[in-house]
Design a protein. Structure first.
Length: 337
């Protein structure tokens, strides 16, 4: 079932409703940009990201990062890889405000979470003048955003379905995101309070477009008749089973139509979201140490850390495994050599 539902008569004229669930808010974060060269510069609302595994990985829409990356700095290195810089006057941060708040609340210093790492796949194109440029291939970017406090079970996350779900016309879905994130209204001052409300929007799929490598937007997507304002970009889209099956890509307020990129039907999400078991939503491919009876003793995304934990417990059985962190059920994938 969907992870949330609106209260009675709480849906506005755009079909949006406020989500007060603190568990969802711990997994879905608003993104802001700010100018690090200006002291006390006020962050500006930019979009949405969401957590996808226990090891602080998050996903958002690539087009959100396009405003942050200095694509003119792209360079081809001797090893065949590509390097680029972020713009000197723009930085991206997430706001982690756990719980539900009413009225004006001071933002704790540790609530602003930096982007610890990012993984993006894009195509390098050469212009007629031989300038390098980046083409959006996935509408998908992976970020690592560490929480202010790491619990014993890691970061909270949403269950992602990469392969099993396929969109059908008329199917009902749910999008979540920070609609109108910190939108500035006429007369608002620069020092106005930061506004961030998580919204939900139900919609029905009206059109499906499969992946097409010849398109300027090659990722698979579906359209819905719904209004998803800009701040929702990058937010998760759920099917009725409660799994995330894509993300909000764009909205067109004037025509009451929006689009979502979905994960199934192509290989790139499997490559980008490598920790997620593509065949089992809620399971993760990771390193694991086992007791002599075959039960999981420890698991994680860092082989050295798991090996160290295993040695301290005098364990000798290690393997790659697919693990359900909630039930601790597992499937051995490959043995260590």
């Amino acid at each position: 079932m969907f992870p949330t539902a609106p209260d009675t008569d709480s849906v506005d004229e755009r079909g949006l409703f406020v989500v007060q669930d603190p568990i969802l808010r711990s997994k879905i974060l608003p993104l802001f940009t700010f100018d690090p060269t200006v002291a006390d510069n006020r962050p500006i609302g930019h979009g949405t990201t969401f957590r996808i595994d226990p090891w602080s990985r998050c996903v958002t829409a690539f087009h959100i990062l396009e405003d942050v990356l200095d694509l003119r700095s792209i360079k081809e290195r001797q090893d065949g890889r590509v390097s680029f810089n972020t713009k000197s006057n723009v930085s991206l941060i997430a706001l982690e405000m756990n719980g539900v708040f009413f009225g004006r609340v001071r933002v704790p210093d540790n609530a602003w979470r930096p982007i610890a790492d990012q993984y993006i796949i894009f195509k390098i194109e050469r212009s007629p003048l031989m300038y390098l440029d980046a083409r959006n291939l996935l509408e998908l970017a992976v970020l690592r955003i560490r929480p202010s406090v790491m619990g014993p079970k890691g970061t909270p996350y949403l269950s992602v379905d990469l392969s099993n779900w396929r969109p059908t016309i008329g199917e009902r879905i749910l999008a979540l995101g920070y609609a109108d994130l910190d939108a500035r209204e006429e007369g608002d001052a620069d020092d106005r309070p930061i506004a961030q409300y998580l919204y939900g929007s139900y919609a029905e799929i009206t059109h499906v477009e499969p992946a097409n490598g010849n398109s300027t937007r090659p990722w698979p997507r579906f359209r819905v008749k719904a209004t998803w304002p800009g701040g929702m970009s990058g937010g998760p889209v759920f099917n009725e089973a409660g799994h995330v099956i894509g993300l909000v890509s764009s909205g067109f307020d004037s025509v009451d139509e929006s689009t979502a990129m979905f994960f199934s039907g192509w290989a790139f999400p499997r490559q980008s979201l490598g920790s997620i078991d593509p065949n089992n939503p809620g399971w993760f491919r990771c390193h694991a140490a086992f007791h002599s009876n075959g039960n999981i003793a420890a698991f994680g995304d860092n082989r050295d850390e798991i090996s160290q934990i295993g040695r301290k417990k005098q364990l000798t059985d290690f393997a790659m495994a697919s693990v359900n962190p909630i039930t601790r059920s597992h499937i051995r994938l490959s043995e260590y050599r």
